[in-house]
Write a protein that binds this ligand. Structure first.
Ligand code: SAH
Length: 346
């Protein structure tokens, strides 16, 4: 019998997986702690650059692992400093990654799938069906590539790019473990946020995940009637179920949950909607992010007027909810999820 070992991307290996690999070759586990900084601090592009390991072990690494890069097809820079990258994966698929500049640091918005199957009516990503999940290494490489290209230390990561992270749960979890490790990219767990359209089973699972990572929920409507119209996932997991899962998550983790709410003109931006939303959320430890809609040419939805957005915000404030009206970033650069990618696929 022959064991066939395929080459794998080293960026998809958690510290634990590398320890197992090292041990299987009779190497000491602590040597993994020598390898990680080469990968994520020195950001080597060839194993030959490693100077503190035996030659024959380096040759073995070269046989078992890729040390690959993503090809940057194009970059768009917006006036506020937001940069959107279009990367080509090794099978030719295109994905978007966004770098945002904040007063507290730099965050990268990571794509989790090629396309998306959730079919939210207002979103450009869902116009292209999901072709496949991304691997953990392809998500790690998005953060690594942005930091290599820009020479910046990335402090925050949000999984809010194209795709539904909880529809690719296992690889996303592996990705979070890899970028969080103190000897790799060292993105603090509290600086990581995963956003879901509300896959309830996975919210429960995520509540039990050991890292102190944050959760954001794309709610976008205060009741099932409106949510069913704009988010098909609501038919599988109605609002009541989502709220129950959020409560569980908050009780289990003691962490505040972010509620995302895009304001769509004449769909979900009335004061009645604000009232219903306040009734739904007032007893929960949540932070509401009101988001101006980035219009998508192919979609009928419009951004709410400034007056409606402010009135909605003021009402929630008056009800003593934690709320912010998000300043939009990168509106001049196809910043809405999937817009740059769909342009290139035309
Ligand atoms: N599938 C996950 C993460 C990707 S979408 C989720 O649904 O949360 C990230 C966020 O961008 C979601 O809140 C999504 O509803 C929102 N979004 C999608 N299209 C948008 C647009 N055109 N303008 C503003 N926000 C948008």
């Amino acid at each position: 019998m022959y064991a066939v070992i395929y080459m794998q991307s080293i960026y998809g290996y958690t510290q634990e997986m590398l320890v197992n690999y090292f041990q299987s070759l009779g190497e000491k586990p602590y040597r993994v702690n020598q390898l990680l900084p080469w990968l994520y601090r020195q950001k080597i592009s060839s194993f030959d650059e490693i100077t503190n390991m035996k030659r024959d072990f380096i040759e073995k690494l070269k046989k078992d692992f890729y040390l690959e890069r993503l090809e940057c097809v194009t970059k768009q820079k917006s006036q506020d400093g937001t940069i959107k990258f279009l990367f080509r994966l090794c099978d030719g698929n295109l994905i978007e990654t966004v770098l945002m500049t904040h007063d507290y640091g730099y965050s990268v918005c990571v794509t989790s799938e090629v396309g998306c199957n959730m079919g939210c009516m207002f979103c450009a990503s869902g116009m292209k069906k999901k072709l496949r999940n991304l691997t953990a290494s392809e998500m790690v490489l998005q953060v690594l590539m942005v930091s290599i290209i820009t020479n910046l230390r990335i402090s925050h990561v949000v999984v809010m790019g194209i795709g539904e992270p909880f529809d690719n749960y296992d690889e996303v979890i592996k990705f979070l473990k890899i970028i969080n490790h103190p000897l790799s990219l060292e993105i603090g767990a509290r600086h990581i946020t995963v956003s879901t359209c509300g896959i309830v089973d996975k919210i429960y699972e995520y509540a039990n995940f050991d890292l102190q990572v944050n959760l954001a929920i794309s709610l976008h409507a205060p009741n099932d009637k409106i949510r069913n119209q704009i988010m098909p996932i609501n038919k599988a997991y109605p609002i009541k179920e989502v709220i129950k899962a959020i409560e569980f998550y908050i009780n289990k983790t003691n962490r505040r949950v972010t509620i995302e709410y895009i304001l769509l003109k004449d769909i979900n931006d009335s004061l009645d909607c604000a009232r219903e939303l306040a009734d739904l959320l007032h007893s929960l430890n949540v932070y509401i992010n009101l988001i101006p809609y980035n219009e998508v040419i192919e979609k009928p939805y419009k951004r709410s007027t400034k007056e409606s957005m402010i009135a909605f915000f003021d009402y929630l404030k008056k009800r003593r909810l934690n709320v912010q009206l998000r300043k939009e970033q990168g509106a001049d650069i196809d910043a809405a999820c999937g817009q740059l990618r769909s342009k290139h696929l035309k």
